[in-house]
Design a protein around this ligand. Sequence first.
Ligand SMILES: Cc1cc2nc3c(=O)[nH]c(=O)nc-3n(C[C@H](O)[C@H](O)[C@H](O)COP(=O)(O)O)c2cc1C
Length: 224
Amino acid sequence: MRGTCFLRFAKSTNFPHSLISIFFMEKITWKPGTMLYPLPAVMVSCGAQPEEYNIITVAWTGIINTDPPMCYISLRKSRHSHGIIEKNRDFVINLTTRELAFATDWCGVKSGRDFDKFKEMKLHPAKADKVKSPLIAESPVNLECVVKEIKELGSHDMFLAEIVAVHGDKKYLDAETGVFDLAKARPIAYSHGKYYVLGDFIGKFGFSVRKKKRTKVNRNPKKR
Ligand SMILES: Cc1cc2nc3c(=O)[nH]c(=O)nc-3n(C[C@H](O)[C@H](O)[C@H](O)COP(=O)(O)O)c2cc1C
């Protein structure tokens, strides 16, 4: 009723459209929670020797500093990987793709206490340059991380780590430009309990402020 009356009034008075939509905007309010999406869902590999190697899927992860390059992963104490990483003080973040989506989910619902996840998912551990933990060979990008600090936050412990080496699969290098094209790997994102393949390219960093190139118009076609 309130809405109908307002709409009638708005139509009769040329009320601005933007304000009409604000009037009708209704929000649900939840209790405080972790509704910050989309996030990466990465496979974190750990372990100092093959018998200990494990993979855990992690969404609570991110970059926290540029120089030195630093990141975090947050793990529950109950995770098998928690003990391994706490002991060895290093891990590898492996980016995930459409092709790796099944393994990403599986490594996030099964524990290394019960399974050899590399074997079960037919993934191959590869030697890292600077850490004991193995890379996942099938991942397009691997970040070797050394733990600097472990912060107990409540449900999760946050492992603050320095990124000490980064590897990219050569098959994603553009043959002409030599530029690494991560989009070709079809990276996946995790949003509110669901996985998505990244979609449309809509602009480069800074596109909102970049001046459009003016194409020169030749007003006198005879003059070249
Ligand atoms: C998409 C996804 C994201 C997850 N993110 C986290 C996370 O950020 N931290 C965490 O402790 N567990 C997370 N989990 C749960 C663990 O991956 C899961 O409990 C796993 O079985 C633990 O393996 P582990 O016992 O071999 O270490 C996630 C699971 C999925 C499927």
